[in-house]
Design a protein around this ligand. Structure first.
Ligand code: SF4
Ligand code: FES
Length: 260
């Protein structure tokens, strides 16, 4: 049943990457429990605009849990208190009247703050650009359907492909590691026949770019798996590590192979 609650927000405000930033305390009265968390922020922003103040900058796009743009750290947890739920799909019924809610951006050197709660996640795009695709000829759509794929591999590939690139794994990790994200992207292609020709060059190139972007390494805390709204599992990191080791052992620079 719909209720209306009053919550107190402690929102991170930061003009740009160079600014030190600070928390701003804001009241959010009469919030419907049927509202999503982003709708609650929309209401708060409208009242800030009415008062002639700067609205809070928040990243979002689909509001359906599929684009990954909306990752906020809510009361210390990426995407907030509900398991397997993105910020845009979190509802105010998950909070109580009188709650204090602290809202911060993802804090990682590789994700500099653009403004307030919005961070620059283009480091993920640069990792994908290094190999998160298939560039060899794989035929047309009907060829893909005609190619047998083991049921177990098809299921695992689909599970890995569920990653939405939100960066909650980075936010949750004490090392700000991006290994769960990169492992998901490497795994979903490594498990399919179409991904095999470039499997090891892909693993090497994407892991090398991940390191160059300044993400930390994995020390098996498992916080990433717990925070991931799409249920991406640590097994993917093990698969990525196996592929990366194999790629490193078999790697020959182009100068030694003439490009082959
Ligand atoms: S692995 Fe999970 S937490 Fe990390 S980017 Fe993908 S969906 Fe987000
Ligand atoms: S706005 Fe797209 S996943 Fe939340």
């Amino acid at each position: 049943m719909e209720k209306h609650i009053n919550v107190k927000l402690h929102v991170w405000r930061q003009k740009n990457a160079a600014d030190k930033g600070h928390f701003q305390d804001l009241e959010a009265p009469g919030i419907s429990t049927e509202m999503s968390f982003l709708e609650m922020l929309d209401v708060v922003n409208e009242s800030l605009i009415h008062k002639g103040e700067e609205p809070i900058v928040v990243d979002h796009d689909c509001r359906e849990g599929i684009c990954g743009a909306c990752n906020l750290v809510i009361n210390g947890r990426p995407h907030g208190p509900k398991e397997r739920t993105t910020t845009c799909q979190l509802h105010m019924r998950s909070f109580q009247d009188g709650d204090d809610i602290t809202i911060e951006p993802v804090r990682a050197d590789a994700f500099p703050v653009i403004k307030d709660l919005m961070v620059d996640r283009s480091a993920f795009d640069r990792i994908i650009a290094k190999g998160g695709f298939v560039s060899v000829p794989t035929g047309s759509c009907c060829d893909a359907n005609a190619l047998p794929v083991k049921k177990e591999n098809a299921d695992l590939a689909m599970d890995a492909a569920a990653c939405i690139g939100c960066g909650a794994c980075v936010a949750a990790c004490p090392n700000a590691s991006a290994m769960l994200f990169v492992a998901a992207k490497i795994s979903h292609l490594a498990l399919l026949p179409q991904g095999q020709p470039e499997r090891y060059t892909r693993a090497r190139a994407m892991v090398t770019q991940m390191d160059a972007e300044g993400f930390g390494t994995c020390t098996n805390h498992g916080e990433c798996e717990a925070a991931c709204p799409k249920g991406i599992t640590l097994d993917n990191i093990a698969r990525m590590n196996r592929d990366y080791i194999k790629a490193s052992i078999t790697y020959r620079p182009e100068s030694a192979t003439g490009g082959f």
